[in-house]
Design a protein around this ligand. Structure first.
Ligand code: SF4
Ligand code: SF4
Length: 438
């Protein structure tokens, strides 16, 4: 090889390897010969995609939606600071329960997003212990929306379990209580218990300005509480009726299942038949579902916290003579952190002349009662353990009554109270309803 030819060969190799090579390759791709190569590359890409999809479909993890894909960087941006761990009720609850599985907490849920398909299953041990309380997100310095991540992972796990044939490679992971909940919702009963509910015919009118939507949890566990709430609304002169209702469908979202359209359609028809689209409910999960699900579009929904705050003048007449009863208030996660409603319940409590003593953790930093996210149904011991911790916090205030405004919080906190504790638990509207009646 001549000296000149050798220099040319070295220059050509440099062009091919270096930055200039990219332009050369681009030019070649645009040439007829390059286009042929591009087609070949595309064919290789398609073959790789087919192999990838075949692996994916073995595990039946359904692809990210465009919205999920767009939000992945936000969801997977954990900086591993560990702040969320100190606020997570699931971690604290499981520490109390020696038999329970390990729950590594929100940080692990966040990190799991970056894992490969087989390791995705590792999250199934953890995501069902999450109460979706949002306490982690409230302190996360980079704002990782952990409850949304948990809901997304649950949706994928539910989908996998519902489509994978028996003997497939996916281990069953959905807690039995969560599977039963969805089956019950799809049954003719149309509620989470799968049983015919005793109705609210005594409070039903042919037409009214407002519909009061009771919800499954109040109907089954805490009927007396709602009797008092309805009594308070009647005393305030609110033209309100109950309806023949089914579950709002919100619990399906909690377990990762699709909304049962039939129950939503039944509820919408029952509400509109009363000549109104205005709904009041004391259940925050019902309020969120009726306000946000497209199947309920057109309804105007208020939680009792906000509705009663519009009547503080009338409630002022309930101020007792003599020393004001001392109460404390537990912010339900779906009223507080989910809906940003902290002031309305406190305004109602003050208007009714009650002395409010705040717990060490309240408002945005309120501790969870342990009932949310389907934890109460799936892991009752853990759930009551968390409620017990919240009751301890309430006892430290010296209050006579622990108030809240949510059927799940009410029921779980009542379970967390021991007979010697000397503190009563009630919904705000229930407590005031009793004052009206007495
Ligand atoms: S939402 Fe609540 S229970 Fe779930 S990981 Fe966050 S702090 Fe823990
Ligand atoms: S607080 Fe946020 S950034 Fe810190 S470990 Fe938890 S999820 Fe990650």
């Amino acid at each position: 090889m001549t000296k000149r030819k050798g220099r040319l060969v070295r220059f050509w190799r440099w062009v091919k390897r270096g930055r200039a090579g990219r332009y050369v390759r681009l030019a070649r791709m645009l040439s007829a010969r390059g286009m042929a190569n591009l087609d070949l590359n595309e064919r290789v890409q398609h073959r790789r995609l087919a192999v990838f999809e075949a692996h994916y479909s073995l595990d039946r993890i359904f692809p990210y939606s465009w919205d999920e894909f767009r939000r992945l960087p936000e969801m997977a941006g954990c900086i591993n600071c560990g702040l969320c761990l100190s606020r997570c009720p699931a971690i604290q609850g499981l520490t109390l329960d020696r038999d329970a599985a390990r729950y590594a907490g929100p940080r692990e849920v966040g990190i799991s997003l970056s894992r490969s398909t087989p390791q995705f299953w590792a999250t199934s041990d953890t995501v069902y212990y999450c109460t979706l309380c949002g306490a982690c997100e409230a302190v996360c310095p980079v704002g990782i929306p952990i409850p949304e991540v948990v809901e997304m992972v649950r949706r994928k796990l539910y989908y996998q379990e519902s489509v994978v044939p028996a003997g497939g490679i996916c281990p069953p992971c959905l807690p039995a209580a969560h599977s039963a909940l969805q089956i019950n919702l799809e049954s003719p009963a149309g509620n989470i218990f799968g049983q015919p509910m005793a109705g609210w015919e005594a409070w039903e009118k042919p037409e009214a300005a407002f519909v009061f939507f009771v919800g499954c949890a109040f109907s089954y566990w805490e009927r007396e509480s709602i009797e008092q709430t309805l009594r308070l609304l009647a005393w305030l002169g609110v033209d309100v009726t109950t309806v023949d209702e089914r579950c709002c469908g919100g619990p399906s979202r909690v377990v990762g299942a699709p909304l049962v359209e039939a129950v939503a359609a039944h509820n919408v028809a029952a509400i509109l038949a009363k000549g109104t689209n205005r709904v009041i409910t004391a259940c925050p999960r019902c309020a969120l579902t009726l306000a946000r699900e497209p199947a309920y579009a057109g309804l105007r929904v208020q939680h009792t916290s906000t509705f009663l705050a519009e009547h503080v003048e009338a409630l002022g007449t309930l101020t007792p003579e003599g020393p004001a009863p001392c109460v404390t208030y537990h912010d339900p996660c779906e009223v507080g952190r989910c809906s940003g409603e902290y002031d309305s319940p406190r305004a109602v409590i003050h208007a009714a002349g009650l002395e409010l003593r705040e717990m060490a953790h309240s408002r945005e930093l309120s501790n969870c009662c342990g009932a949310g996210g389907g934890v109460r149904g799936a892991y009752a011991r853990t759930s009551v353990g968390i409620a017990r911790q919240r009751v301890e916090e309430a006892l430290e205030t010296g209050a006579e009554v622990l108030l809240t405004e949510c059927p799940s919080c009410l029921h779980n906190l009542r379970n967390g109270v021991r007979s010697r504790d000397g503190i009563a638990v009630a919904n705000v509207s229930e407590y005031l309803g009793r004052r009206v009646a007495s």
